[in-house]
Design a protein around this ligand. Structure first.
Ligand SMILES: CC(C)(COP(=O)(O)OP(=O)(O)OC[C@H]1O[C@@H](n2cnc3c(N)ncnc32)[C@H](O)[C@@H]1OP(=O)(O)O)[C@@H](O)C(=O)NCCC(=O)NCCS
Length: 380
């Protein structure tokens, strides 16, 4: 008797050596290196190299990789034109998905096992996704796109393309660390979606646009925005306890809390909280951060007994909001980071590809007669 596992929960979909999670101890490693070490010492692009190729780069290899990314940040004017045609009230994830799919028309990459195709499409995607996100952010407000600067690091360049101002190095460092923390997380829904697409030998732009579509859903990449909306709804520190008690009594979940795998505080939330403390020590505490700390304190008191603690989305929204980003752009920052993980899984899948073609358990009818339309009664 075959058993159905809804959501494929607990069913391994692939062998992978890219990342590892232990939800009981709060361990997350990329290629065997703890996330705390990477957050403290690495950069997003160095971590991306590690995820893609399995080793930390030498100085020469890192300089080459970073240089290649910096030189490929610009997008074709026709991609900008495409973005200009999109409705300004649309969701930024839809704009990103459309533009990434369109990139594949400019850079044909059908020979996916060719090493050159693999390298340059990886570089292009990592380089151009932030440019697309920033371009849509400006164009939807009626402003001109700002061209990337190849003298700036990854996070500084992104913030520059959003605001036309080179950011304070601390803010850029905080964003870069957020990107490291969101870059990869084992077999999540968007990675699986990208893998299924990769297994058909579709080009990498199609793989990444599939993954972006999956990440958009509120059960995956949308929780950061909802966490900030919840904090704004709470409004004041005095209202935290009554709000949470009421919400839990109504069987509603506390946003930014709980995780399918982590039964202790998400290690990424621990690092993000430290980053928030550094940021607010320099800039003064924001009312939103004060609220977040109180929500975490009360949430812990009420939910920790059930193994429910703050997750990665809890503090990242507060940080993004402090950087001046709009709530509906939070998932695109997630995508800017996770593109590294998706591409690492794409490369891994191609080493030993097998088309995903799962089975189903059919529970419908058999052998029914076709009834002509004039003899059908009722029905749907
Ligand atoms: C992430 C999430 C979907 C994982 O949940 P899961 O492993 O599928 O667990 P379930 O949703 O089945 O919840 C199990 C129990 O914990 C409770 N629970 C889980 N997360 C909760 C939360 N954030 N607030 C309150 N209760 C929560 C459920 O109500 C359920 O309680 P019950 O057994 O009394 O019915 C869930 O914690 C959640 O929806 N969190 C809020 C959204 C969020 O922050 N998502 C981002 C995740 S990174």
């Amino acid at each position: 008797m075959r058993e159905l596992s809804p959501g494929l929960a607990g069913v391994p979909a692939a062998k992978s050596s890219i990342s590892f999670v232990n939800g009981q101890t709060g361990l997350l490693e990329y290629r065997g290196i703890g996330i705390e070490d990477l957050a403290a010492h690495s950069s997003f692009l160095e971590t991306t190299f590690l995820l893609l190729y399995g080793e930390l780069p030498t100085q020469g290899k890192l300089a080459q990789f970073v240089g290649d990314v910096r030189l490929h940040r610009r997008i074709k004017y026709r991609i900008t034109d495409l973005i200009k045609c999109l409705p300004e009230h649309g969701h930024p994830m839809d704009a990103l998905q459309a533009a990434v799919a369109a990139l594949g028309m400019f850079y044909p990459a059908r020979h996916v096992v060719d090493r050159q195709v693999q390298y340059w499409s990886t570089i292009r995607l990592i380089a151009k996704v932030p440019t697309i996100v920033a371009a849509y952010s400006r164009i939807r407000r009626g402003d001109e796109q700002i061209q990337p600067r190849d003298d700036l690091d990854h996070a500084s360049n992104f913030l520059y393309m959003l605001t036309e101002t080179v950011p304070d190095p601390l803010i850029a460092k905080v964003l870069d660390t957020c990107l490291i923390l969101h870059a990869e997380h084992t077999m999540n829904a968007s990675t699986f979606s990208g893998l299924v697409t990769a297994s058909t030998l579709a080009d990498p732009y199609t793989v990444v646009s599939s993954a972006i579509g999956t990440l958009k859903g509120p059960l995956h990449g949308g929780a950061t925005q909802e966490t900030v909306e919840m904090l704004e709804e709470i409004g004041s520190v005095d209202n935290v306890r009554p709000y949470i008690e009421q919400r839990l009594a109504a069987k509603q979940k506390l946003m930014g809390f709980g995780h399918r795998i982590y039964k202790v505080k998400d290690p990424r939330a621990v690092i993000l909280q430290q980053l928030a403390q550094q940021l607010f020590a320099q800039y003064g505490r924001s009312p939103l951060y004060n609220l977040a700390e109180e929500v975490e304190r009360v949430g812990e008191a009420l939910l920790a007994g059930k193994g429910i603690h703050a997750n990665v989305d809890f503090y990242s929204g507060v940080l993004y909001k402090t950087m001046g980003l709009d709530g509906d752009f939070f998932p695109t920052i997630f995508a800017m980071a996770r593109v590294s993980g998706w591409l690492a899984h794409w490369l891994e899948q191609l080493k030993d590809n097998k088309l995903f073609r799962p089975d189903q358990i059919y529970d419908g009818q058999h052998g029914r007669a076709y009834v002509p339309i004039d003899r059908r009664l009722g029905g749907v």
